[in-house]
Design a protein around this ligand. Structure first.
Ligand SMILES: [Zn+2]
Ligand SMILES: [Zn+2]
Ligand SMILES: [Zn+2]
Ligand SMILES: [Zn+2]
Length: 206
């Protein structure tokens, strides 16, 4: 199965397996063209722990606090009803969100993130390397690349699915525009299919 995504720096498309190397050279090229000040950043790849077909590459200043990364992950992929969240670093829950990244995570290190302790969405993150990036006036996280929405087909007719029934789950509850009208479960159980590892969970609508 193809798992492509787009480099948002040059808008070319790549397979998940080759985009990391592309981004290393593409971001160097972009930076060379820029006259802005530089700062040290981490190139981080984030993916769904159980749904690795959802992924993104981001560039984060190493001085940025964990809370900034937390906010970014919520905004881009996860936020439904302000659930609790937590990073897991070196296998231990890490609660101090005020710490800058450089104090808790090293290049090449893998860590995890959990959003919502009830209907959890778990993410796996890896620092690819430390690099130089454009310095922004305010601390901010740059989205470098992300996966294209995977094709999910209706479990009843094979058409393109647009909804998922939370009751029936992604495993048998994906519905197209037509079949959604014949579905037996309560209408409140229906969520739109969105491009995120939180698809079909709690009340996440993208
Ligand atoms: Zn590129
Ligand atoms: Zn929720
Ligand atoms: Zn259908
Ligand atoms: Zn259902």
């Amino acid at each position: 199965m193809s798992n492509r995504g787009e480099c948002l720096l040059c808008h070319s498309k790549f397979e998940k397996s080759s985009i990391t190397n592309h981004l290393k050279s593409c971001s160097k090229k972009k930076l060379a063209e820029s006259s802005k000040k530089r700062e040290k950043t981490y190139h981080i790849v984030v993916e769904g722990k159980y749904y690795p077909q959802y992924w993104m590459h981001i560039e984060v200043p190493i001085d940025a606090r964990l809370s900034l990364l937390d906010q970014f992950l919520r905004k881009t992929w996860l936020e439904c009803c302000s659930h609790m969240s937590e990073f897991v670093i070196d296998g231990e829950p890490f609660d101090d969100m005020s710490q800058p990244l450089k104090n808790c995570i090293e290049p090449k290190e893998t860590f995890e993130y959990i959003y919502d302790f009830g209907t959890s969405t778990e993410l796996k993150l890896k620092v690819i390397e430390e690099q130089e990036g454009e310095k922004t006036s305010r601390e901010s996280i740059k989205l470098l690349a992300r996966n294209e929405p995977p094709d999910i087909s209706c479990d009843f007719c094979n058409d393109f699915a647009e909804y998922v029934c939370v009751e029936c789950t992604l495993d048998g509850g994906c519905l197209c525009k037509k079949c959604v009208n014949n579905h037996e479960c309560d209408e409140e159980m229906l969520l739109p299919i969105v491009n995120s590892p939180r698809v079909g969970e709690c009340d996440y609508r993208g």
